[in-house]
Ligand binder design. Structure first.
Ligand SMILES: *[C@@H]1O[C@H](CO)[C@@H](O)[C@H](O)[C@H]1NC(C)=O
Ligand SMILES: *[C@@H]1O[C@H](CO)[C@@H](O)[C@H](O)[C@H]1NC(C)=O
Ligand SMILES: *[C@@H]1O[C@H](CO)[C@@H](O)[C@H](O)[C@H]1NC(C)=O
Ligand SMILES: *[C@@H]1O[C@H](CO)[C@@H](O)[C@H](O)[C@H]1NC(C)=O
Length: 435
């Protein structure tokens, strides 16, 4: 038994440094029983401030048998936790708790409660949490960092974050939410980072104006309009399946924006500034539209492209014709045209735009002589059609007349040349003959 414990403890990193002391027991295949029954008696946990149990085989964690009075940081990530509790002290000093990559299905009322109310960082990502209800983190009033990303959440209560006024970083990426309650983020008046990417949402909920970074990637939003975030510096709109075009003027309100990325949007084929406006996005220094469906860049983009330090345009199906000449004329110190590989037309396929001289960037135009020829032939055809029509109108009906006889039978006259008076006379005679 002891040799087992000693093997586990061989090379354990114990750092003691005045006020902090930490033990690193990460990735040692430790089971709950090993830890509580054997290991904790050989190490002094009482003064411990940091405990790293990442990557072990705990299926639950109960603090009672370990005296974790001074513990500030507990890393239980990458275990097989189904539940964990903080029960045995009235108050915990815990500030950092990492329980990501576990098997948690819910957060018990005895897990995060008023005893653990000093928590500043909580990472619950990559678990099996299905409900975020209004009591789950209500006691975490000084929480600054929360990640619930990659959980199969089916229900988020609109008051789930009511008491998180200090929250700065919130990650709700890939939680399967089709709808995010509109007022969910309203209490988060100090939020600076928000990630709600890879959720099939079609509507953007209310966003706190304190945001500096926003990630809406992989959502089903049709167009990112009506967002007013005066302080936003980084905006991510990658992998947007439903966005077909972006008009940069719609980002006019983002005067502090530094990074804008719209990478790998499969049907994004239009990207422009319209009407022309040289003052939009004054602070932008990194723009990426790589891997989209862009074929050409409009001249209206010239002023903004010229001042952005880093533009990433790779992997678009560029059509290198006369409309792209302006890109080539830009000073090539910018990365811009060096990265444009032409897709069409045929003769430029696979070539870099910067290596094609501008006189080879031509648009398919119809020459003046061709125009004249087309017009002439169309006029001839038109006159011919009119003449044929007129001829048929006068000539056609005389070729085949059918007139009704009084008792229903009809008499046909072919190629009648007599005047209509003669015809009436003949018909009258016929009728009389029958009587
Ligand atoms: C928690 O642990 C996971 C897995 O080791 C790690 O990726 C993540 O960065 C940690 N979270 C925090 C907030 O440190
Ligand atoms: C919130 O969820 C937890 C865990 O499922 C449960 O114990 C608690 O009672 C729920 N709170 C409310 C108000 O429903
Ligand atoms: C958006 O794209 C997704 C994925 O391609 C598709 O399932 C969804 O129906 C689209 N939504 C709209 C409104 O076009
Ligand atoms: C183009 O870039 C070079 C350095 O790469 C610089 O010396 C030159 O002044 C620039 N010209 C213009 C017109 O900006």
């Amino acid at each position: 038994m002891w040799s087992g414990v000693l093997t586990i403890l061989a090379g354990v990193i114990i750092a003691v440094d005045g006020s902090t002391s930490e033990i690193d027991l990460s990735y040692r295949h430790i089971k709950k029983e090993d830890f509580f029954v054997k290991i904790q008696h050989t190490l002094n946990f009482h003064e411990l401030t940091e405990l790293n149990l990442k990557g072990n085989e705990f299926d639950s964690f109960l603090d009672c048998s370990a005296k974790l009075d001074h513990l500030k940081s507990l890393d239980l990530a990458e275990n097989q936790l189904q539940r964990f509790f903080f029960l045995c002290n009235d108050e915990y000093a815990l500030e950092y708790l990492n329980i990501s990559h576990n098997h948690l299905e819910y957060i018990d009322d005895q897990a995060l409660n008023q005893r653990t109310n000093k928590l500043k960082v909580v990472d619950i990502s990559h678990n099996r949490i299905s409900v975020i209800n209004e009591t789950m983190i209500e006691h975490m009033k000084v929480l600054e960092f929360l990640s619930m990303a990659h959980n199969p959440v089916i229900d988020i209560h609109e008051k789930a974050f009511l008491t998180q006024k200090n929250l700065k970083h919130l990650d709700l990426a890939n939680i399967g939410a089709e709808v995010i309650p509109n007022s969910l983020f309203r209490p988060l008046t100090n939020l600076t980072f928000l990630n709600i990417s890879f959720n099939p949402i079609t509507n953007i909920p209310f966003l706190p104006s304190s945001l500096l970074e926003l990630d809406l990637s992989g959502t089903f939003i049709l167009y990112p309009d009506n967002i007013i975030l005066p302080q936003l510096a980084r905006f991510h709109l990658n992998f947007m399946p439903n966005i077909t075009g972006i008009v940069l003027n719609d980002f006019e309100n983002f005067t502090m924006l530094e990074v804008l990325s719209m990478e790998r949007c499969p049907i994004l084929s239009e990207f422009r500034v319209w009407p022309p406006n040289n003052r939009i996005l004054p602070r932008l220094h990194h723009l990426s539209v790589k891997g989209c469906d862009l074929e050409t860049l409009n001249d209206d983009l010239r002023p903004i492209m010229q001042r952005i330090a880093l533009v990433d345009l790779q992997n678009n199906p560029w059509h290198c014709d006369c409309r792209m000449q302006w890109v080539n004329r830009l000073n090539l110190s910018s990365e811009l045209s060096r990265e444009i590989t032409c897709n069409t037309p045929e003769q430029h396929h696979g070539r870099l735009l910067s290596q094609i001289p501008n006189h080879d960037l031509v648009c398919l135009e119809i020459s003046t002589t061709t125009y004249t020829a087309i017009w002439a032939s169309m006029s001839v055809i038109l006159i011919f059609l009119i003449l044929t029509g007129v001829w048929l109108f006068w000539r056609g009906p005389l070729r085949h007349w059918r007139l009704p006889k009084r008792n229903g039978d009809t008499v046909s006259y072919k190629n009648v040349v007599e005047s209509s008076n003669d015809l009436i006379r003949i018909l009258v005679t016929d009728d009389r003959a029958e009587e």
